[in-house]
Design a protein around this ligand. Structure first.
Ligand code: ZN
Length: 439
């Protein structure tokens, strides 16, 4: 047989386990998992000693576009993503202007189709004004879900009250993604703190109950309306325990930062570079997050890549904005966790490929299987590297993992059959397309 691309001699992470096999690609799709010595291809990639994962998806990034290109944009952020082994990103709507209406939606479809290095999906932000249009907006090309900021946002994009959230849940039928911190409790507690307090104050202000109360409210509405919810960045032991009883209406995202950093150490070491929402918490929650990875409670792991200028992040608390870069570092950091024995490569593929595909109902991604898009993240599990700010392609140029030595590194990113990154070098122009969904 003749293929466009054959990946030979790799250990492939298939849905049914790790298998040493070749993969044949034709017309951007996986054509065969049985490659013989007589099969030929225009391009052969020798993956001896390497693992071939399904293309890994970062289903939660903020690429700030439109916004401030000196911090991040769709081309720079997706270029950073392919350098880090990511083949598809799902971008959040809280840009300037926000993605909440027909004009901004169409703009994002056209712009991402032309300028994204990864395949691309995006959230539509729910507002009080657009609630009636969401059932239609959620069916547009490239849209992965409606996103509701039930807390921790500004202006139009916040819907903090049960009536408003219920109206969104009754509009449309796809799974809705939630930032669930309870806005009323956040505001009520704010007065107890003042400027210049230690950065660790961030997690005391936005305490466990802010997150847990918000999640309980969302779950009550999900049950009463029957509308499924994806609870983003679950950060407390209490929520993880609670959500196990809501598998009928809820899926669960955990962030790589909550799996990697622990308070108070991270605030002492990193200052404002550890400040994000929901906050990085203490060891009890960190351990509960890993337990929830091991027992299957967690469906997806994402970065919540949310860049800010370094000068802003160095301001004192609470003037330093919340949010950390992460789309380029999530794969190396998670591979290091695999090498440390915290999860298997198969579970990583489940959390970052099959998981997002299942939660958001992607049409042709998430698993290495015949007919699916030929997206692969090829990794060298033995490669030892130190993550440095100067490797970060995002214009703001910093990572909270600067100086962290990891074992395990993405050495090639293959997008629909084309190598777009090899050995830390981006190959060719942006070739991303809008990701497809089925409902
Ligand atoms: Zn976010």
């Amino acid at each position: 047989m003749r293929y466009d691309l054959i990946i030979r001699n790799g250990t492939c992470v298939l849905p049914w386990g790790e298998v040493s096999t070749g993969i044949g690609v034709r017309d951007g799709r996986i054509a065969s998992l049985e490659i013989g010595s007589g099969d030929e291809a225009a391009e052969v990639l020798d993956a001896t000693g390497l693992h071939v994962l399904p293309g890994l998806i970062d289903a939660h990034v903020h690429l700030r576009d439109p916004g401030d290109a000196a911090v991040e944009s769709i081309p720079t952020g997706t270029r950073a993503a392919i350098l880090g082994g990511i083949t598809t990103v799902f971008d959040m709507p809280n840009t300037s202007p926000a993605i909440t209406d027909d004009a901004t939606l169409r703009w994002k479809q056209d712009y991402a189709s032309a300028q994204s290095y990864t395949d691309f999906a995006f959230y539509v932000g729910a507002t009080r004004a657009n609630t009636g249009a969401l059932a239609e907006y959620e069916t547009r090309a490239g849209v992965c879900a409606v996103k509701v900021f039930a807390g921790s946002s500004t202006g139009d994009l916040m819907i903090e009250d049960d009536r408003g959230i219920e109206a969104v849940m009754r509009a449309g039928r796809r799974r809705v993604a939630f930032h669930s911190e309870d806005e009323y409790r956040l505001q009520a507690r704010k007065a107890s703190f003042h400027a210049g307090m230690p950065y660790d104050t961030h997690r005391i202000w936005r305490d466990e109950e802010c997150a847990f109360l918000g999640t309980r409210r969302i779950m009550a509405l999900a049950r009463s309306t029957g509308r499924p919810a994806h609870v983003l960045h679950v950060s407390t032991a209490e929520e993880l325990e609670y959500l196990r009883d809501f598998r009928d209406v809820a899926t669960v995202e955990v962030l790589v930062n909550h799996l990697t950093q622990v308070a108070p150490d991270c605030y002492e070491r990193l200052g404002g570079l550890a400040v994000m929402n929901p906050p990085i918490r203490d060891r009890r929650h960190h351990e509960a997050s890993w337990a929830a990875i091991r027992d299957g409670t967690v469906d997806t792991v994402s970065s919540d890549h949310a860049p800010h200028p370094l000068a802003a992040k160095r301001k004192e608390w609470p003037a330093c904005p919340a949010g950390l870069t992460g789309v380029q570092t999530i794969v190396p950091v998670m591979l290091d966790h695999v090498n440390a024995g915290r999860l298997s490569l198969s579970r990583l593929a489940d959390l970052m490929a099959a998981g997002p595909a299942r939660v958001y109902n992607m049409a042709s991604k998430g698993r290495i299987a015949a007919g699916n898009d030929a997206d692969f993240t090829i990794v060298d599990m033995k490669k030892r590297r130190t993550i440095r700010n100067d490797w970060i392609a995002t214009p703001c140029g910093w990572t909270p993992f600067d100086g962290m030595t990891v074992t395990g590194w993405p050495v090639a990113t293959i997008l629909r059959g084309v190598a777009v990154m090899r050995d830390d070098a981006v190959i060719g122009p942006p070739r991303g397309a809008l990701a497809r969904f089925a409902w």
